[in-house]
Design a protein around this ligand. Sequence first.
Ligand SMILES: CC(C)(COP(=O)(O)OP(=O)(O)OC[C@H]1O[C@@H](n2cnc3c(N)ncnc32)[C@H](O)[C@@H]1OP(=O)(O)O)[C@@H](O)C(=O)NCCC(=O)NCCS
Length: 194
Amino acid sequence: MEPAIAIVPMGLGHLRQVLDLGYEAFDTTTKPYTSWSLTSVAEHLDSASRSCWVAVDSDRVVGFVLGSMEFELREDWAYVEWIAVSPDMQGHGIAGRLMTACCDTLFHSGARRIVTDVENHNTASAALMRRNGFTEGTTVTLFVRPNPAESGASDDDQVALPPGTKRDLIRKGRIAGEGGRNRTPRGPAGVGTE
Ligand SMILES: CC(C)(COP(=O)(O)OP(=O)(O)OC[C@H]1O[C@@H](n2cnc3c(N)ncnc32)[C@H](O)[C@@H]1OP(=O)(O)O)[C@@H](O)C(=O)NCCC(=O)NCCS
């Protein structure tokens, strides 16, 4: 039998569970999930043009989607940046329901297009997007060139940036965030790769 899951607007009271579910669902050691953080969730909640929804089973948050009318400099394009469903609740159409609520709100807010990004191994996410009216647009591949003089340098090495600038770059996925916690990432065999 389908669980009785309600889709409701995300509020401050859901923040902790959303953050934890994100850490469970996303492999925050790899792109594009490196920017998952309290800041990225809070910025969505803080946005006047947000479309943030949670799927709740009684008091338990079992899924979320974070979207907003903020996509780069386009005022008429919206961005669905994060979506996840608790591993034990996947495959019941919960992400589809979250996506419907999120996109309906964004279109109602004036979005002419809604953009999302899917990592090329994430078949679950790609299926979800296609099922919900998204078609593939531009593909961007990150090319990475390490400094040959720094053979032992880790990916974490960063130029010192002012906090605001750094936060902005992390949010846009241009640089990796600290991750916030030590979590066991989901393996590549899971659906946790976007
Ligand atoms: C992607 C994700 C949100 C889908 O959640 P879900 O609630 O299981 O999705 P739904 O049940 O609504 O299914 C949506 C579609 O995806 C398909 N799908 C779900 N899991 C799948 C999988 N593992 N492999 C292939 N397709 C899958 C479903 O079959 C369905 O398509 P259909 O209706 O044509 O059959 C979930 O797998 C997840 O949380 N993954 C980890 C986090 C993540 O990668 N998020 C996306 C990037 S931000």
